[in-house]
Design a protein around this ligand. Sequence first.
Ligand code: 0X9
Ligand code: ZN
Length: 304
Amino acid sequence: RLGTERYYSQEEINQYIEQLAQEHPSRVFIKTVGKSYEGRWLKTIRITNGDGRANKNVILMDGGFHAREWISPAAVVYAIGELVNNYEAHAQLLLDYDWVILPVVNADGYEYTQLSEDTRFWRKTRQPSSVECIGTDPNRNFGFHWNETGASSDPCAETYAGPRAFSEPEAIVVRDLIHSLADRGKMYLTVHSYGNYILYPWGYIDELPDTWEDLDEVGRAGGDAIKKATNTTYQVGCSTTLLYAAAGASDDYAFNAGFPISFTMELPAGGPDFFDPPASDIDRLVKETWVGIEAMARKVIEKY
Ligand code: 0X9
Ligand code: ZN
């Protein structure tokens, strides 16, 4: 089991999920779903209860879209550990559902932030986008209302949408995961930081989908559970209304592709620069996040 005393590299996280699959070959499955621009393997872990039943509903979760948001992969890895090692306590979460999890989407960016203090707050991918500037915002690179709002055409901007939709191999990987699971996918959850939000569509325009009450109900189950457990407050609501409009993000893409529930969860800030909770806070934050994820999953399972 990977501890919570420090942040781990993408390679360590890949090794960890491979090891879980070796230890639990009837319940846990690794799939290599692609490669980052710099050639790092992107691997999903599929967690089941081992009953061998195919075509169950799916919860799809990812972390590490934005390189500097280190608490995101940490929280996702903790959730993996809970589902695999504590699975008897979570039998309900795996009875009719499989979980498919990609812990570090932006593997190159994440590794880059671990190189030095100078690179610690990198956000984007690492594919050069012009002679002067490197990287695209992977959460502006999806092909749904791409580059319409809250995104930039300037390759040097932090929210650069890319030269075209799906210019980034990492976004292609998530797109293909979304489509491959869309018929069974009930919840898509992408974990970011910071701000204590559970955000639902639409995120590209100040408008609510017809089914916003379902999104609100599931989101509030998460927010309420966290409030009760640790007294931390999360705001639950429409992305655009609570935060800002930003098109080309993965949450809108997954919702549009057929996931009835789709959230961006923004974990709490920490550290002097908000994206850097000290290692001593990891344990508390990832456990609190799991309370929210579990409550949302329970509500989804009850509803769908
Ligand atoms: O701007 C983002 O990509 C997310 N916030 S972050 O500070 N982690 O960068 C929020 C995305 C919310 N979803 C949409 N606007 N679609
Ligand atoms: Zn983010």
